[in-house]
Design a protein around this ligand. Structure first.
Ligand code: SF4
Ligand code: SF4
Length: 433
């Protein structure tokens, strides 16, 4: 059978060998957590606790405002010691955050009702459970899941994204290997809410173990199948995934539901299962902690850790027995789309799939575009990154606008191949603003 593919893209080395066979372990309880009120797409949550309040693990500390927003829960029990702006791992400015000092007891909020028999409820009721649990897309975009599960038009296919195409990161791979039943149950929940009868679990062919395990689980599921795709970056990007497996093109400025599709990540599916069947709000996630080859000897305990949301990178890396050196770069997310951090006081948030330690790179001069066209040939969105880069550099914003900067997914393929070392993605980010 022909393996489905999308146009453009690149084939970077995977670098997943350090952590892909390491089982998920629980990271120790942090002494202090930093919980930004904005760790999802849309409007920040509003704090509903005050300095000095005692909170329990799983208690709501932030409520959504507006349609696109999300609940936030305390990930430890203890005292709120401050609510102040703090550095954020993704947003390039301090963000209002609730800081909680743990009492070490991990005293849980009183158990709320489980909905293991979800099929007895209406889809709207179950969507509300997911909303109240604060579940957001955990593949990086952190779009509130309950909003994605209420598309304005009819959906015929649900795609569960198990591609994890970013080099180094293995958190989704481990989840698929160790919690496959929960992931498939979560997928059935999505299909129930969306009233969809076709579900595809898409996994790249560098995750053979996960493919085998999930295939065994869905063997008797007539509406769910596993699609094995070639390892190809950025396969996990929604629009590329839809093109590859369904040969549907999401038009410029449109979203997957415009072509009858909803895409959810496997980690989100696991979180939804936990929320609905186990009545657990989103207070932890699996994070790969890994490093490039030259740093591995200074990272003594790499792995895939179940980390409480809000744990700072400095605490997490200390538990992983990392010996830092001034030139190391600490990246939240993968090396292609992740963000290099200037301080380790930033926390793990709902969208943090990995913490990758990379060598410092010398400062590169970048050069004028030599019109080689490589960036155009790899752009999976069919854009002209060279033109966007040249116009943005010259601050000719109106000209840049003619080349659809808003369609750029910031995948980084263009910068990766550019022989003139042009910071194309950074230019495009500016043009978007
Ligand atoms: S222009 Fe955007 S979408 Fe195209 S390759 Fe560059 S970063 Fe990716
Ligand atoms: S890859 Fe770099 S040098 Fe080549 S066309 Fe694109 S921007 Fe210009």
């Amino acid at each position: 059978m022909k393996i489905p593919e999308f146009g453009g893209g690149i084939y970077p080395p995977h670098y997943k060998e350090l952590t892909h066979s390491l089982p998920i372990k629980e990271a120790g309880l942090p002494q202090r957590v930093v919980l930004p009120l904005s760790q999802h797409a849309g409007a920040p949550a509003i704090a509903v606790v005050r300095k000095g309040d005692y909170v329990r693990t799983g208690q709501v500390i932030g409520e959504p405002q507006g349609r696109i927003s999300a609940y936030l829960h305390s990930s430890v029990s203890g005292r709120v010691v401050d609510i102040v702006p703090r550095p954020h791992p993704v947003i390039n400015r301090p963000v209002l955050s609730v800081i909680i000092e743990s009492d070490g007891k991990d005293a849980r909020e009183e158990q709320v009702k489980t909905h293991w028999d979800y099929f007895r409820y209406s889809p709207g009721d179950i969507r509300k459970v997911i909303e109240t649990a604060g579940v957001v897309g955990m593949g990086g975009a952190a779009f509130p899941t309950h909003v994605k599960l209420a598309p304005p038009s009819e959906i015929d296919t649900l795609i569960l994204n198990g591609c994890e195409c970013e080099p180094y990161i293995t958190s989704d791979d481990r989840l698929m290997q160790e919690y496959s039943k929960e992931i498939v149950e979560g997928m059935k929940l999505f299909m129930f809410i969306l009233n969809v009868h076709k579900g595809l679990i898409v996994i790249e062919d560098n995750k053979e173990e996960a493919i085998d395990i999930i295939n065994q689980i869905v063997f008797n599921e007539p509406n769910i199948s596993v699609v094995r795709v070639k390892t190809h970056y950025p396969q996990g990007s929604e629009k590329q995934l839809i093109k590859a497996v369904l040969n549907r093109t999401v038009p410029s400025g449109k979203l997957p539901f415009h072509v009858g599709v909803v895409v959810q990540n496997v980690a989100t599916s696991y979180a939804v299962h936990q929320a609905v069947v186990r009545a657990n709000p989103l207070i932890s996630r699996v994070v790969s902690v890994t490093a490039s080859e030259s740093i591995r000897r200074r990272l003594h305990r790499p792995g895939n850790y179940l980390v409480r949301i809000g744990m700072t990178l400095s605490d997490l890396l200390a538990q992983c027995e990392y010996e830092p050196q001034p030139d190391d770069r600490v990246v939240c997310g993968g090396p292609m789309m992740g963000v290099s951090q200037y301080t380790l006081s930033v926390p793990v948030i709902k969208g943090t799939s990995g913490v990758v330690l990379l060598e410092g790179i010398p400062y590169y001069e970048h050069y004028p575009c030599i019109k080689c066209g490589r960036c155009v040939s790899v752009c999976p969105m069919g854009l002209m990154p060279n033109m966007l880069s040249v116009y943005a550099e010259a601050e000719l914003w109106q000209k840049a606008k003619e080349f659809y900067p808003q369609d750029c997914t910031e995948c980084g393929c263009c910068s990766y191949v550019c022989p003139a070392k042009r910071p194309i993605v950074q230019h495009i980010k500016l043009a978007k603003e």
